[in-house]
Design a protein around this ligand. Structure first.
Ligand code: MRU
Length: 353
C-alpha cells in the first residue's frame, strides 16, 4: 500500500524503515520533496517502472528491498514455498526496467542469501539485513569512487555532466556527482555544466537541484548546446554515470551520452565514466543488451501539453551505447580502468577476489 508523507529528516534516496521501504518520489522534484512508503513489493515494482525511483544503483538497492517486502508478505511455512514466492516477486521486480544491470545484481544477491538460509524465519531476517547492508555499502562505494576520481580533476575545471548520476541515482553521495563532490571537498574550485537531459529532464530537475542544494556552481544548458559549449572552450572535462558497462568497456547510459562523447573527442576533452562494479555486466555482448523504449508522450508533450501532431511516429530510447574508444577512463570503487578496457576491467575484478 502506498502512503504519502510530506517531510522527512533524512535525505537518503531509498531506505528501510519499520518493515517498509521509504523513498523520495523523484517525479515530484524539484518542486516538492515528498517521501513515499511501501509495504507491498508490487508497489515497489511500480515505483521503479514509473521512475519514482531511478538511477542504476538506486534501483538495484530498491529491488533488494522489494524482495525483503515480498519475504515479509509471504505466508509460506516452508523454505521451498518461501523461495517460490520470492522467485515470483524477483521476476516482477526484474521486469520493471531492462537496461540497468544493477537491478539484476541486487535481486540475484538477495536470492542467493535466501537460498542459503535454513528456515523461513532465518531467511526473512537475513534478507532484510542483506538489503540494508547493500544500501549502506552503496554510499561507501560512492565515497571510494569519489576519492579515486577526484585526482583526475583540477582547480578551475568546468565539468560537464549528463542526466543525473548523483545522490538521487544512488542511495546517497552519487557516482559521477560523487566524484564532483569529492573534487570540491579536496579544496578544488570547480564549476559544473549540466545538460537538461530530455525527455524527462533528469538533468535540470535532479542534477541541478542536487548541485545547487550543495552549493556547487552549476549552469544548465539545453542538450543541443553541448557542441556550442565545447567549441567555445567552456568545458574542461566530462563525467557521466552508467547503467551498464560491458567487459569490453562499452558504456550504456542515458540517451544523449554517445553524442556528448563524440563531440568531446572532436574537441580533445577527456570523457570519464563513474560507476560501481555492480554496474558491470561481464557476460553480455552489445547485441544482447536491451535498450529500454519509453512512452511516446515523453516526446510529444511538454509538461502535459501537446507539442507534436496527433498520431506522429516516435522513437524514444532511454539509453544509448558509447563505444570504448570514446572513453578516457572508468572510475570504480576498485580504481580507475583505462584503455585497453578488456584488460583493465579484468584486472579490477581480479583485485576484488
Ligand atoms: O532513466 P533513469 O533516469 O533511471 O536513467 C538512469 C540514469 O540516471 C542514468 O543513465 C545515470 O546517468 C546513470 S545511473 C547513476
Amino acid at each position: 500500500m502506498r502512503k504519502q508523507t510530506k517531510t522527512h529528516s533524512s535525505l537518503r534516496t531509498v531506505q528501510w524503515k519499520n518493515n517498509a521501504v521509504v523513498m523520495i518520489d523523484q517525479t515530484k522534484l524539484p518542486n516538492k520533496l515528498v517521501f513515499v512508503k511501501y509495504t507491498d513489493y508490487k508497489d515497489v515494482a511500480n515505483a521503479i517502472k514509473t521512475l519514482i525511483v531511478r538511477g542504476a544503483p538506486a534501483i538495484g538497492v530498491t529491488g533488494a528491498f522489494g524482495l525483503a517486502l515480498a519475504a515479509l508478505q509471504s505466508k509460506a511455512k516452508t523454505k521451498e514455498n518461501l523461495l517460490e514466492d520470492l522467485e515470483k516477486a524477483r521476476k516482477i521486480l526484474f521486469e520493471t526496467r531492462p537496461t540497468a544491470v544493477n537491478l539484476a545484481w541486487g535481486l540475484d544477491k538477495i536470492m542467493k542469501v535466501a537460498k542459503e538460509g535454513k528456515d523461513v524465519t532465518i531467511i526473512k531476517e537475513s534478507i532484510i539485513q542483506a538489503a540494508k547492508k547493500m544500501a549502506d555499502d552503496d554510499i561507501q562505494t560512492n565515497i571510494k569512487m569519489g576519492k579515486y576520481g577526484a585526482v583526475l580533476f583540477e582547480n578551475n575545471d568546468t565539468i560537464m555532466t549528463h542526466c543525473n548520476a548523483g545522490a538521487l541515482a544512488t542511495v546517497g553521495y552519487g557516482t559521477a556527482l560523487g566524484v564532483i563532490r569529492a573534487t570540491k571537498e579536496n579544496g578544488k574550485r570547480i564549476k559544473v555544466i549540466a545538460t537538461e537531459t530530455r525527455p524527462v529532464m533528469q538533468g535540470s530537475r535532479l542534477t541541478a537541484f542536487e548541485l545547487k542544494h550543495d552549493g556547487i556552481d552549476v549552469s544548465l544548458i539545453p542538450d543541443t548546446a553541448v557542441g556550442y559549449a565545447m567549441s567555445k572552450g567552456l568545458v574542461s572535462k566530462v563525467i557521466v554515470g552508467a547503467d551498464r558497462i560491458l567487459r569490453t568497456g562499452h558504456v550504456y547510459n542515458k540517451i544523449g551520452t554517445y553524442q556528448i562523447a563524440l563531440i568531446a573527442l572532436q574537441h580533445k576533452i577527456p570523457f570519464y565514466v563513474a560507476a560501481p562494479l555492480s554496474t558491470f555486466d561481464l557476460k553480455s555482448n552489445p547485441e544482447n543488451v536491451i535498450i529500454e523504449q519509453r512512452k511516446a508522450s515523453e516526446v510529444t508533450e511538454v509538461a502535459g501539453k501537446k507539442t507534436a501532431p496527433d498520431d506522429i511516429g516516435v522513437i524514444n530510447p532511454a539509453f544509448d551505447m558509447t563505444p570504448p574508444e570514446l572513453v578516457t577512463g572508468i572510475i570504480t570503487e576498485a580504481g580507475i580502468a583505462k584503455p585497453p578496457y578488456t584488460e583493465s576491467i579484468k584486472k579490477l575484478f581480479e583485485s576484488r577476489l
